[in-house]
Design a protein around this ligand. Structure first.
Ligand code: GAR
Length: 190
C-alpha cells in the first residue's frame, strides 16, 4: 500500500478529493495522517469523519514546528507528503527526509510566493486581466512555490469571470491534476 500524509490549513476540499478517489478506488493509497496548523480547519473534520488520524501542530515558530513534525512523522512509514492548501513553510528536517509535493492554484512561477495563496491568487489573476490561469503541482523546497514543477493544467479566464468563478474553475482542474499526479507516484512513474 502507498502511504500518504496530507497537510491542510483550510477548507480541505483538496483533501476530500484525495479521500474520495481512494474510496472509489481511483487511487490505491491510504492516508495515514492529516496534519493542520489551524485547529479550525475543516480538513480536520473531513478526516475525522473518515476515521483518519489527525494532528494539530502545537508550535507556531519555524524550528520547533519542524522538530515537532519530524518527531511525529518518525512514527510513520510515509511514501509521500502532500500539501493540500497548507500555508506554512516546510522546515529542513522534513525536506531532507521526505518527498513532499504541493498543489498551487496558479501557473507558477506566476502568482506564487509568500502571501500568494487561495483567493489572493485568483483576485490577482482577475486584476491583471489574464486570459489563462491554472494549477501547478510541484516538489516542495525551502522557498514558497519554487520547487521543480511536476505538472500544470491551464484554464481559460473570461473577461466576465469574477475571482470566485476563477477559483471554482481552477479548483476543479486542480483536483483532477493532483489525483493524476498521485497515481503517477503510486505507479512509480515519477
Ligand atoms: C487550493 O486551491 C490550493 O491550491 C491552495 O489552496 C486551496 C486549498 O483549498 N493552496 C495554496 O494557495 C498554497 N499556496 P482547500 O482547503 O479547499 O483544499
Amino acid at each position: 500500500m502507498y502511504h500518504l500524509v496530507v497537510f491542510a490549513s483550510g477548507n480541505g476540499s483538496t483533501l476530500q478529493a484525495i479521500i474520495d478517489s481512494i474510496k472509489t478506488q481511483k487511487l490505491e493509497a491510504k492516508i495515514d495522517l492529516v496534519i493542520s496548523d489551524n485547529p479550525n480547519s475543516y480538513a480536520l473534520k473531513r478526516a475525522e469523519d473518515c476515521h483518519i488520524p489527525t494532528h494539530i501542530i502545537q508550535n507556531k515558530k519555524f524550528e520547533p514546528r519542524d522538530l515537532e513534525l519530524s518527531q511525529l512523522l518518525s512514527n510513520y512509514s510515509i511514501d509521500l507528503i502532500v500539501l493540500a492548501g497548507y500555508l506554512k513553510m516546510i522546515g529542513p528536517k522534513l525536506l531532507e527526509k521526505y518527498t513532499i509535493i504541493n498543489t498551487h492554484p496558479s501557473l507558477l512561477p506566476k502568482y506564487g510566493g509568500k502571501g500568494m495563496h487561495g483567493m489572493h491568487v485568483h483576485e490577482a489573476v482577475v486584476e491583471a486581466q489574464e486570459k489563462f490561469t491554472g494549477a501547478t503541482v510541484h516538489f516542495v523546497n525551502h522557498e514558497y512555490d519554487k520547487g521543480s514543477i511536476i505538472s500544470q493544467t491551464q484554464v481559460e479566464v473570461l473577461p466576465s469571470d469574477t475571482a470566485k468563478i476563477v477559483s471554482e474553475k481552477v479548483q476543479a482542474a486542480e483536483k483532477i491534476q493532483l489525483i493524476e499526479v498521485l497515481n503517477q507516484f503510486i505507479h512509480g512513474k515519477i
